[in-house]
Design a protein around this ligand. Structure first.
Ligand SMILES: O=C(O)[C@H](O)COP(=O)(O)O
Length: 426
């Protein structure tokens, strides 16, 4: 038996707030799969926790998202092949954002999301390599996808700690993980040490000086001059979150699951970094771009190819999350429909012919009404053609899956082992 593990990023919503994209979408493949599948609902990390994708994906893969978390900063750095010097460098996930340079009020946490690759690389190059703390410290900045950057702060002599707060007010640091906040004061926060350790204080000095310097340099950049001229928001600040030091290390995922072979198809640095740290075979999809129809059909082909060399193929599609953050229910629904039509439409017949199971879920809910991640439980379905007793659920959504035979899973970290055991793959 083999398994396709399909994660639709942020696709779930909260039916208590209104009809969700899953409920509205015309998704014949997901709905007919649900009818023949065993379904359920799941708190990905736990009730009351609105996870970021990093902790959520760790849980979906069976890691403890709190105690086995290598830190999002190092994960994103690994995702874009940045090596970290242990305890001499700290990595952060960053956002290009738009702020009022005087008040540090945040106008847009993502500078309107309209940053193209050339602009992002040009802006990053202006602050990459700046010296800090009178030459004792330094910054490395790498643009990744859209408004996202990886920032590495280093010190030439002193040890650095990673127990420091976020300057990005939208995510609150709780131990190794950050949780999404529904309400927050949209102002860049000072970075403060989370304990008295001297090395954390030094990291905070680096962060706060870097934040100030970045605003000054970016605000006077030619890129932002032309963005303003074209009526776009300037990307004149970097919001930092999820500090981590040292290489992202995780248990080898094959060793966790009876030496099953895992492959991964991912889009974003965070999922790429997790898959690499877990020891998965990375399937290169970087050359696939263009219209969603083409992208999803190509991803389906790559999934089928990966199945020839893997027992489990992890597929993480980012699509539905961003319109969730923008509150755009229409676009979120359309993207789910396109995934259903072009990805699942290209693979379901193959799975049935080859007797391959598929597990479909989300890493978290991103309800359009909240424009943020929420702790709402996410629906999942497990399909295998051998199931004679599917749940006869008519639609794949948050309401219908509640009555699925898997019931409500309280912690997503138990899902994969449960499913692999159920499929007798362990
Ligand atoms: O898209 C991402 O990178 C995250 O899931 C959301 O991060 P953001 O709120 O900083 O965009």
């Amino acid at each position: 038996m083999k398994l396709v593990y399909l994660v639709l990023d942020g696709a779930a919503g909260d039916p208590n707030l209104g009809k969700t994209a899953y409920m509205i979408a015309d998704k014949p493949n997901l709905d007919s799969l649900a009818y023949k599948s065993k379904c359920g609902l799941m708190y990905v990390i736990g009730k009351g926790i609105a996870p970021e994708s990093d902790a959520a994906v760790l849980a979906l893969l069976g890691y403890d998202p709190i105690n086995e978390h290598p830190g999002r900063g190092p994960i994103e750095a690994l995702g874009v092949d940045i090596e970290l010097k242990e305890e001499k460098e700290v990595a952060f996930r960053g956002n290009f954002a738009t702020v009022d340079p005087l008040t540090k009020k945040i106008i847009d946490r993502r500078a309107g999301r309209g940053i193209n690759k050339e602009e992002a690389n040009e802006l990053a190059s202006l602050i990459d390599g700046i010296q800090l703390l009178n030459g004792k410290g330094y910054a490395k900045v790498k643009a990744t996808v859209g408004h996202r950057v990886v920032v590495v702060l280093g010190h030439k002599e002193k040890q650095l700690g990673d127990e420091v707060s976020n300057t990005d007010p939208a995510y609150e640091r709780r131990g190794k993980v950050s949780v999404a906040l529904e309400n927050f004061d949209a102002t860049i926060k000072p970075c403060i040490p989370l304990n008295q350790d001297e090395k954390n204080r030094i990291t905070c000095e680096l962060v706060n000086e870097f934040t100030e310097r970045a605003i000054k340099i970016l605000s006077s950049s030619k890129v932002n001059e032309s963005r303003l001229k074209n009526g776009m928001l300037p990307a004149n600040a970097i919001l930092l979150r999820d500090a981590g030091t040292g290489k992202a290390k995780m248990k080898d995922i094959s060793a966790m699951y009876s030496n099953l072979k895992f492959s991964a198809l991912t889009e974003m640095p965070v999922e790429k970094g997790i898959a690499k740290a877990a020891g998965m075979k990375m399937i290169d999809v970087s050359s696939i771009s263009g219209e969603r129809k083409h992208v999803y059909e190509q991803w389906a082909l790559k999934t089928i190819e990966a199945l020839s060399v893997s027992d489990v193929v992890y597929v993480h599609l980012k699509g539905p999350d961003e319109p969730g953050h923008e509150g755009n229910l229409k676009l979120k629904t359309k993207i789910i429909e396109d995934i259903d039509k072009y990805y699942l439409g290209s693979i379901v017949k193959y799975l049935e012919k080859e007797d391959i199971a598929i597990l479909v879920t989300s890493d978290h809910a991103t309800p359009c009404e909240k424009k943020a991640h929420s702790d709402s439980p996410v629906p999942f379905l497990l399909y295998s053609k051998n199931f004679s007793d599917g749940d006869r659920i008519k639609r794949f959504d948050e309401v219908e899956c509640k009555s699925g035979s898997f019931g409500l899973i309280s912690e997503g970290k138990n899902l994969l082992k449960t499913v692999l055991s159920f499929l007798k793959m362990l």
